[in-house]
Structures are given as C-alpha cells and as structure tokens.
Design a protein around this ligand. Structure first.
Ligand SMILES: Cc1ncc(COP(=O)(O)O)c(C=O)c1O
Length: 407
C-alpha cells in the first residue's frame, strides 16, 4: 500500500549527535568573479590530459584494464606516486619513496586525515591569522581551538610565533601543531623566506610542535625564487607535507597527496574511507606531467602574470590614495586587499556581489573567528577572470565601495 505524503517519514529523533543540518553550498557567481579559488581555466590542458590517458591505455591495455578492474591501492596509483616522488625531488628538494606518499581525493582530504590523526577536541592548533577556510572548517569539525599567529607581508613572524607558543604553554594550552601555507599563501599571497622557515623550524623543535605544511600553490610561481619547502629543510619527521594537483592542473581532477613520518601516515590513513583516488585521473596526470610539466608551466605562467598585473594596475588606478593596501604576489591566485580600519567590506559583500563584483571577505579567513580583524579585508582571485575583466571589475569594485560608504 502506498504511503500518504502527509505521513512522510521523520528523522527528527534519529540523527547522530555529531550530525548538523548543513545546507548545500550554493555558490553565486558575480559578473566579475574574484571570489573563486580556481587557476586560469583557459590554461587547463584538456587535450593533453585526454591524450595522456589514451596513450596510457594504448601502451599497455592489459595493465590499464587491470588497474581499472580492481579497486586502487589504498595509497593510490603506483605510477603517479612514483612520478610525485620524482617531482618532489626535482622541484621541492627532498626525496621520499613512492610508498611514503599517499594520494588522496584532493589535498583537502590529506589535510583532513592528518587533522583527524593529530587533533583531540580542545587542542590548540596554530595557523596564520588569516588562512584557508577549508582547513579552518576541518579543524573546527575536529574541535580544535584555533589561534591565529601574527603575520606581515612576509608571512608568519617567527618571534611572534615563539612568544605566542611560550605564553600558551605557560597558560597550560601548549599548541599541538602549526598549520601553514608557506608559498603564495591563501588568502594573503605571501611567501615565507628561507630564513623565516629555518627560524620557524628551530622554534618548532624547541617546543616539540609539528608543522603541517600546505604547499598547494607552489607550482604557480611566475616570478621570483621558489623557497625551500619546510620538509626539504628538515628530515626529522616534524614536518607533515601536503600538496595538490588541483592548482597546477585542475581542481576537478581531485588529486592531492601527503607524506609524513610512517607513524603519522598510518594513523592518518586509518581515517581514510575505502581505496585510493580515481585511477583515470591519476593516469592522465602522470602521463601528462611526465612529458609536459615544463611546457605547461611555460604556457600558464605568462597568463597568470598578466592577470596579476592587470588587477594590481587597476587597484593602483582606482584605489590609489584611498588608504587601501594590497599584496602583489609572485604566484598563486590571490591578491589580498586591506581597506582602512573603519571600512566594513564584509557586511556589504552580498550587495556588492549582486551589483557585479564577487570577493571573499576577510572575516571568512580569521583563524580565531573573532569577526573583528577581517572586516576591512578581502581576497581577490586574479587567476580566473580575463585581464580585461580584472581591470574593469576592480574599477567597478571601487565605485561600489564608494557607493556603500566603504571608501
Ligand atoms: C591552501 C589550500 N589548501 C588546500 C586546498 C584544497 O585543494 P584540493 O583539495 O583541491 O587539493 C585549497 C583549495 O583551494 C587551498 O587553497
């Protein structure tokens, strides 16, 4: 007998204590969309990825069929792990074997696994005072007590970090670990110098505090020198290293990875559901990057640089003399805009979006979620829109800020 709709089943008393009613994240796109977190879509090497997949299938169809017929290894594709190991040696200056790398469904999954392995509710975790909100969300879900570390244009200030840890420890809240994005930080665009990294490592050892290094944007440098990874400067196991193929190639591939001391890997992987990530994506990435990494870099670097230049030039033209400040990153995707103290650009964000310009308000990146420090700041993604839209969109943003009394 069919059930009457009026009697629809209620789960009200059945949900787990840990569940929360989470609305689907429906993203609204503005005409000038500086709120996204994507690399330049026109540099996505679709043909190259498809060609690499085709070549992999044709060159050893038996092996490919076997690779596809079974669930992937828990660590993910052997071939892509071997390539990743070689890439880490050549690009990041440290060597780990393919069996010491775990591929995951984006680097977000890697970060989540490590957080679960290291975090008890109430644990104090440090991060840049403005930092990637995806990680903040995962930390909050684990019950971490997140504290922001003071930063300047060069990223974390080592002396401030040392003092903060000493103070927290004296108050019985010794930090468990530091999460940091040292290269082209999200959202500020800053890069930590080698000197600061060394100083931070010394501090980490002094306080016996691991570093969770998120190198998500390292491949997107278009000028200046790439700085050595924390992991390359320290082989003791105190650094957990996470990186991604999302920004170098495409977020839709969903492939990231991490490497850590064996005991950390085992604990983190204990939280992993099922097997390694999608084999098709892994085959395409490995085949494509093995033969085309340099040419791919050569093709996207000038595009990103031109887009950064267009946005910064338009900021100069339209925000110059207003008291606003902005970063000029040497890579990555983001410019960090800081309006004078009194300007509340967080509260007008939705209206400005409706009027044509999207940005992410600084309050979303506050490590301590105080809602106090980021109201006059915004993350502007320069990588997604065209140079022309970067120029026009920033001009419109200035007009809208004036209209709303924020400038
Ligand atoms: C700093 C940082 N880490 C990690 C991620 C997660 O990326 P993915 O899961 O696509 O690798 C992002 C995404 O924007 C990011 O900005």
């Amino acid at each position: 007998m069919a059930t009457n709709m009026a009697d629809s089943f209620s789960y009200d008393t059945l949900f787990s204590e840990n569940s929360s009613d989470t609305p689907l994240n429906v993203v609204k796109h503005a005409k000038y969309d500086f709120a996204v977190a994507y690399p330049a879509p026109e540099t996505l090497p679709m043909d190259g990825l498809i060609q690499a997949l085709r070549t992999a299938v044709d060159s050893d169809s038996m092996k490919t069929a076997q690779g596809m017929a079974y669930y992937p290894h828990q660590l993910g594709s052997q071939e892509l792990r071997e390539y990743t190991s070689e890439k880490l040696t050549s690009d990041r200056g440290f060597t780990v074997g393919a069996d010491e790398i775990a591929l995951t469904n984006g680097s977000g999954e890697s970060i989540g696994l490590v957080i679960q392995a290291l975090t008890n509710p109430g644990d104090v975790v440090l991060a840049e005072e403005f930092v990637y909100m995806g990680t903040l969300n995962q930390l909050r879900r684990s019950g971490a007590d997140i504290r922001g570390v003071a930063i300047d244009d060069g990223g974390i200030i080592p002396e401030a970090l040392d003092e903060q840890i000493a103070e927290l420890t004296a108050n019985g809240s010794k930090p468990k670990y530091l999460y940091t994005i040292p290269e082209h930080q999200n959202p500020t665009g800053s890069t930590l110098s080698a000197e600061r990294r060394k100083a931070i490592l010394d501090i980490a050892h002094k306080h016996r505090m691991p570093i969770l290094e998120d190198d998500c944007y390292v491949d997107l440098r278009f000028e200046g020198e790439t700085q050595p990874a924390f992991r390359a400067l320290d082989d003791s196991g105190i650094v957990v290293y996470v990186a991604s193929y999302s920004k170098l190639l495409a977020p839709g591939l969903r492939l990231g990875y991490f490497t850590a001391a064996p005991e950390v890997m085992r604990r983190a992987l204990g939280f992993k559901q099922g097997s390694g990530p999608n084999q098709f994506a892994a085959m395409a990435i490995e085949g494509f990057l093995r033969n085309n990494l340099d040419s791919h870099r050569d093709s996207f670097s000038p595009v990103l640089r031109a887009k950064r230049d267009a946005m910064v030039a338009s900021l100069e033209e339209n925000f110059g003399g207003s008291g606003a400040e902005w970063s000029t990153p040497e890579g990555g995707c983001y410019v960090w805009l800081t309006m004078p103290e009194g300007a509340d650009i967080a509260s007008i964000r939705d209206e400005v979006l409706e009027q044509g310009v999207g940005y992410v308000a600084g309050t979303n990146f506050e490590a301590d979620a105080s809602g106090r420090t980021g109201h006059n700041c915004a993350r502007l993604c320069f990588a997604f829109e065209s140079t022309q839209k970067n120029t026009e969109g920033i001009a419109l943003l200035a007009q809208l800020f004036k209209q709303h009394g924020a400038m």
